[in-house]
Design a protein around this ligand. Structure first.
Ligand SMILES: NCCC[C@H](NC(=O)CCC(=O)O)C(=O)O
Length: 442
C-alpha cells in the first residue's frame, strides 16, 4: 500500500491582522498594531503550497473561518444588529473586537493531533482536535475547525474525528505543533507528545505561559489507540518557552526517522534523547543544534526549526522561512552543516513574512497527515490542490482580498460583511457545504 504525507495548509483569511494577541509569542506582541496585508499574506501561503506541488508533493488546503465572529461577540454580551454589535464592540472593547476578528485558524498545525491508521489499533486515521484554551482568539476557532474536520474526514471506515479535550486550563492542548512522530523500519512509529507544564508540581516557565499540559498529552495518548510503549511524553525546556518558544514546532521538527532540534528544546534533553534512541532501536537520526552554532534567540527570530523537511529520508528537501537566509549565522549553519548532515537535495527559502510577523512559520501553516491511497480517495470536498484549483485560488485572492487592514475597518459592518462573503465564497470554491459555516457560528 502506498503511503503519502499530505500537508494541509490553512488559507490565510481576509481579516489577517496584527492584534498582539499572543503573550509569549514575541513576533505577535512585537508587531501589535502594524498594518497588515491580507492579500499578500494569502498569496505568500499559496506560493508555499505551489512550491511543494511543483516538487511532486500532494498538497491540501483548508479555508479560513468567518471573521469578525459576530456570534462570539453576542456571547460576550453585545446585542443588536451586526452593525450595532460591531460599532459597540469597537467603542467599548476594541480588544474584544480584535479577538473576534483574528484569522488565526490559518495556523493549522494547531488544529489537531493526527495519528495515522498504520500506527494505531483502530486501523483508522485518528484526528484529535485541539481545544486551544490558552488564548481566547484561538479558542473560538475550535467549533468551526471540528465541524470542518468532521466533514472532510467524515468517512468512518477510514477516519475517526474525536471531540476536543475539555476546555479548561488543566487540559490545554495545542495540537500537532506539540506532537512529533518518528518512522521506523518494520515497526510502528514512535510518537512524542510535548508539553510545557504539569497541572501540579514540576518545572515551569516564569516569564511566558506554557500552553500545553502533560495531562492533555496523557489524555491524547489514551485516545490515540497507540501502544503506550511507542509513546513518549516530553517536557519543553522552560527557558526555551521563556525565550519565545511557545510551541514545540518553534524549536524541533521531525521527518520520517529524523529529529532536528535545538540542544535547549527539552528539559533533561540528554535523558530524552537516550530514551528516543532506545525506543527506536538506534534507527533514528538525531541532529541537535548547539547554542554555539545557533543561539536560541536566532532560532526564535528566524524560525529555523519551523521548517518543513520532506521526501525521501536519505535525500530530503527542506523548506525554510526567508528570515533564515538573512541571518548570517543561521544561513551558514544550514548550508555548511545541515545540508551535508541531512543530505539535502534542495533548500528553499520562502517569503512568508506576513504570517511570520504573527509568529507563524511554514510548519505552523500546515497540518500534515499520512494517508494511504484508500484514505486519500475518501476525503470529502475539493481540498486537494490541482493546478487548476491553485490558479483559481490565486485569482480569487487577487480580486477579493484587501491589501491593507487595520482593526478599525472591521468595526464597519459594510466592510465586515464583504470579508464574511469572501469566506462564504471560498467554501463554495472548495466544494464545502455552507451549513458548515452556520454550525461554526452557533
Ligand atoms: N503556530 C503558530 C501560531 C501563531 C499564533 N499567532 C497569533 O495568534 C497572533 C495573532 C495576533 O497577535 O494578531 C499563536 O500565537 O497561536
Amino acid at each position: 500500500m502506498r503511503w503519502r504525507e499530505i500537508n494541509f495548509d490553512g488559507l490565510v483569511g481576509p481579516t489577517h491582522n496584527y492584534a498582539g494577541l499572543s503573550f509569549g509569542n514575541v513576533a505577535s506582541i512585537g508587531n501589535q498594531g502594524e498594518q497588515s496585508n491580507p492579500k499578500q499574506a494569502a498569496l505568500q501561503g499559496l506560493a508555499k503550497m505551489r512550491w511543494l506541488m511543483d516538487r511532486g508533493f500532494l498538497q491540501g488546503v483548508l479555508p479560513p473561518q468567518v471573521r469578525p465572529d459576530i456570534n462570539s461577540l453576542r456571547r460576550l454580551g453585545f446585542r443588536g444588529t451586526p452593525e450595532v454589535v460591531l460599532a459597540n464592540a469597537w467603542d467599548q472593547a476594541p480588544q474584544i473586537l480584535s479577538l473576534c476578528s483574528s484569522a488565526s485558524s490559518m495556523w493549522l498545525a494547531n488544529a489537531a493531533t493526527v495519528i495515522p491508521s498504520r500506527d494505531n489499533r483502530s486501523g483508522r486515521c485518528i484526528i484529535l482536535p485541539a481545544n486551544l484554551v490558552s488564548n481566547v482568539h484561538r479558542s473560538i476557532e475550535v467549533a468551526g475547525t471540528v465541524e470542518l474536520l468532521r466533514y472532510v474526514f467524515s468517512n468512518s471506515d477510514h477516519f475517526q474525528v474525536e471531540s476536543p479535550l475539555p476546555s479548561v486550563a488543566e487540559f490545554a492542548d495545542e495540537g500537532a505543533a506539540n506532537h512529533m512522530s518518528f518512522a521506523l523500519q518494520n515497526k510502528p512509529a514512535v510518537h512524542m507528545f510535548v508539553y510545557g507544564r504539569m497541572v501540579e508540581g514540576g518545572e515551569a516557565p516564569v516569564r511566558y505561559p506554557a500552553r500545553q499540559t502533560r495531562e492533555a498529552c496523557s489524555a491524547l495518548i489514551r485516545f490515540s489507540g497507540l501502544d503506550e510503549s511507542r509513546c513518549m511524553q516530553v517536557q519543553q525546556n522552560p527557558d526555551a518557552i521563556d525565550s519565545g518558544v511557545f510551541h514545540n514546532d518553534v524549536i524541533a521538527v521531525s521527518h520520517d526517522g529524523l529529529l532536528l532540534c535545538h540542544e535547549k528544546a527539552f528539559l533533561n534533553q540528554p535523558v530524552v534523547m537516550e530514551e528516543l534512541r532506545k525506543k527506536s532501536e538506534g534507527s533514528i537520526n538525531i541532529v541537535e543544534v548547539s547554542e554555539r552554532d545557533v543561539p536560541l534567540e536566532d532560532a526564535v527570530n528566524t524560525y529555523l526549526f519551523n521548517s518543513q523537511i520532506l521526501g525521501d529520508r536519505n535525500n530530503p528537501i527542506m523548506l525554510l522561512p526567508i528570515e533564515c537566509s538573512r541571518n548570517e549565522k543561521v544561513r551558514h549553519y544550514i548550508e555548511t552543516h545541515l545540508g551535508p548532515a541531512l543530505n539535502l537535495q534542495e533548500i528553499g527559502y520562502l517569503d512568508l513574512q506576513q504570517s511570520m510577523a504573527n509568529g507563524g512559520g511554514p510548519a505552523c501553516l500546515r497540518l500534515r497527515i499520512s494517508l494511504n491511497d484508500a484514505e486519500v480517495a475518501a476525503l470529502q470536498g475539493k481540498v486537494l490542490l490541482s493546478d487548476e484549483l491553485h490558479h483559481r485560488l490565486v485569482e480569487f485572492v487577487e480580486t477579493r482580498y484587501p491589501d491593507s487592514l487595520t482593526l478599525k475597518q472591521l468595526a464597519d459592518w459594510e466592510f465586515a460583511k464583504r470579508m464574511i462573503n469572501v469566506v462564504q465564497d471560498l467554501y463554495e470554491l472548495l466544494g464545502l457545504p455552507s451549513y458548515l459555516l452556520d454550525v461554526a457560528q452557533q
